[in-house]
Structures are given as structure tokens and as C-alpha cells.
Design a protein around this ligand. Sequence first.
Ligand code: NAD
Length: 454
Amino acid sequence: MHQIVAAQRAFFNSNATKPVAFRIEQLEKLRVMLIDNEAALLEAIRLDYGKQQFEMFLTELLLVHDEIQVALDKVEQWSAPRDVTPSPLTSPGRSYVMAEPLGVSLVIGPWNYPYQLSLAPAVAAIASGCTVVLKPSELTAHCSALMARLIAETFDPQFFAVVEGGVPETTDLLEQRFDFIFFTGSVPVGRVVYQAAAKHLTPVVLELGGKSPTIVTAGCDLTIAAKRIVWAKFLNAGQTCIAPDYAYVHRSVYEDFLAALAAEIQTADYALANGNYVQIVNARNAQRVASLIDVTKVVVGGDHDVEARLIAPTIMRDVSWDHPSMREEIFGPVLPTMPYDELDEVISAIKAHDKPLSLYLFTDDPATKAKVLAEISFGGGCINDAVMHITNSELPFGGVGASGIGSYHAEAGFRAFSHFKSIVDRELVADPDTKYAPYTPDKLAILRQVAGVE
Ligand code: NAD
């Protein structure tokens, strides 16, 4: 680990990554690598957890290609020094902000979107001019091994290297001094990473998880709401950090909404056999998610086969906050639902828990939209949709509070891996004596006048 980081530091210090042309060349290489090896990449995910083509392309490769394209189009503009208005004390002279890469970066990825959540941060690192050590998740071993091989074949390890492994390897890596750490994963491991980073005062982005609420109000189109919620929830069999974790539904439409969910699940025809569904990543997680299913509350689904790592799309009704499914992030295809009477009670309940990564609100009422957005803090989300905010790279993606620190995608990603150096640039010509000693009452009066504090 030490040698990899030392080699990357030497390479970074050679300034080789700084020219925008170098970064563009590396982004192009990554794009070609993904295009040339698409079949192998898709096959590796299928081997890891039965994910099929449509979802794989949409949620893994498309989003990474989009990040690459936006970075290729904009990296020059993002990197350009940005002039700001000089203050009275810095005039005459130029004041500007200059982006510089932070240096040697570590990207730690989770298993649930093994390419997207490892490579999209890597795109941001490359665009900003950082070197990258990528540690993908050991749980998706085929994807991890393939990324390691392809990246080793495509890039100089002094610039972009993959370290495979689990907790021991990541622990060793975290002992090294990095200039930036980008972590995606669970809240408990996020704490481990943050503590390790603190030893070296290394800045971090932490993309964490938690329970993302969905609120379905009275008076919205229940069929469309159910269609969008079902799609977002059962995408990747619920193994999505921003999946709707649970749903609060207005009591007046509760029964109708449950019926709409059931109808939509039937229409979507989720089944591994027809390529419409995904396995749970491993037996441990399948067991954990299956144990959250409460047969007394199931209205749709509930079937599971832990050995085959399959859990049917499941809806539970009349769940309360003390139910096991409400005490942890579900991260699987189980949707607990709860009826509510007043929006204020929903807002209070959400605010009594950790700030969510995402929130989804289904309503046509402008006042309800304004109230929820103003009163609840959450990472990002959608009104009348779910999950889709991640697909617009112009929107910074990240959590707040326990759901994460910092954000990325497109320019936000570039900014995360960059330091913004503030510069005052002046001519070497004589300037007024005002600021120089000896200090006199007249000089103080001028200073007060300039500051507007007379
Ligand atoms: P995880 O925290 O178990 O693992 C993430 C990474 O950390 C892996 O590479 C793993 O090898 C490493 N790791 C695990 N334990 C470690 C330890 N003790 N010390 C050092 N490194 C360790 O998370 P996961 O199971 O891969 O992913 C699921 C979690 O990630 C969920 O909570 C989900 O919400 C969250 N997530 C968040 C986002 C986001 O963008 N905010 C995206 C996907 C997943």
C-alpha cells in the first residue's frame, strides 16, 4: 500500500496530472476501456448478483459515460481561474480563484452499484487532476477483479491503481496519508473512514445511507405515484442507497394506494427468469432483509429463498417506528408503509430521526411542496418521482448529517477533489502609504472611511 501511494505521490509531484490535456486523455482512455469491455463488464455483474442488461446499462454504465462526457465537455471551463471583484484593500490588482487538484486520492466503493459508485468518483478525480487509488467492494468479486485488470491494462498505476480486498486491506490503505478520501458505503464504516482521515487531516466526501422517506399525499394520481415508487424501490432489488425506504401515505388514500402498488408490481412482472429482477448480493444480506418481513403485515409478496438470494417485491402495511423494518436501513425489496393524518406528524417523525439521504414527495399542491422542502433537511430528492435526481449530473449528489458529507457529480465532483486557491496578483508599482507604518490618526480615518465604519 505504502509503495503504491508513494509512487502516486511522486507522480503527482511531477505535475504530470496538472495539464487539462492530460486529464482529457485519461478520461478518453476510461471511456474507450468501458466501451471495448462492455460485454465483460455486464457479465461480471451478472455473475455477482444476477443483474440483467437493462438495469445494468441504465444504472451502471450510462451514468458513468454521462459523467465522462460532461467532464470532457467542461473540464477546461471548471479548471479556468475565476476572477472575483477586488476589494478596496486589494485594488489595484487582480483577485482570482484557481482550482488545483488535492493530490493523491483514495476512492472506496460499495457493492450495490459496483461500477457506477467506484468509477463516477474516479472520473471526478481524473477531471480534477488527482491520482486515484480505487478500492472496490470485495462483495462483488467478479466486478472488482475485472476493474482491477482493466484499469491495470489501461492506466499507469502511478496515476490510477486498484487495490482489491476487504476490511484488512482497506484498513491498511486508510493508514496511508492521502490528500483526499472519497467513501461510499454504510454509516458505521463511514465513521471508521472519517476517524482514519482525521489522523492525517485528510478531507473527505462520505456518501452514506439511511432511511429515505416517501410521502404520498391525498389528491395525487395514485397510479402514477405507485408506478414510479415501485420502479424506484425494486430497481436493483431495493439495493439502492436512495431507494424509497418506507412510505407514509395519507389515510384517506391508504387502501387505494396499497391496491395501486399491488397492481403495479403485477404489471412490472418482477422475476429473475425474465430478466426483470436482481438477486440479493449475498446470503447474509438475503437473511437480514428476509428477517425484516413480518407476515402479519404483508399485503404483497413476502416470499423469499435465502439460499437462492431471492426476495419477492414485498409491501407491508400499518408498520410503526418500533417495527424492526423501521429501525435500520432496509436495503432490499421490502417497503413498509404507514398511514398518516396530518403532514405535521410526518414532518416531526422524519425530523426525529437522522437526516435522510433522499426524500420523495408525491403531491400536486404547491404549499405542501414548499412546506416539506423548507422544513425537512435531506440530501436530495424528487417531487412526484423517486431516485431520478441521481440521473441529472448537473445536480450535486450527496447526503447531509448522518447520510453524508459533501457531494459529487459533474462540477460538484470536480470541486470535491480540488482545492480552490485564492490569489491577489498586483503590479510592483508604488501604492498609497495608507497601510504602511508609521500609523497615524489620518491613516486610521481613511481606513474607517474605506471600511464604511466612520
Ligand atoms: P460498507 O460500508 O459495508 O462497505 C463499503 C466499503 O467499505 C467496501 O469497499 C468495504 O470493503 C469497505 N469496508 C467495509 N468495512 C470496513 C471497515 N471496517 N474498515 C474499512 N473499510 C471497510 O457498505 P456496502 O455494504 O458496500 O454498501 C451499502 C451501504 O452503502 C448502504 O448503507 C448504502 O446506503 C450505502 N450507500 C450509499 C451510497 C451513496 O451514494 N450515498 C451509495 C451506495 C451505497
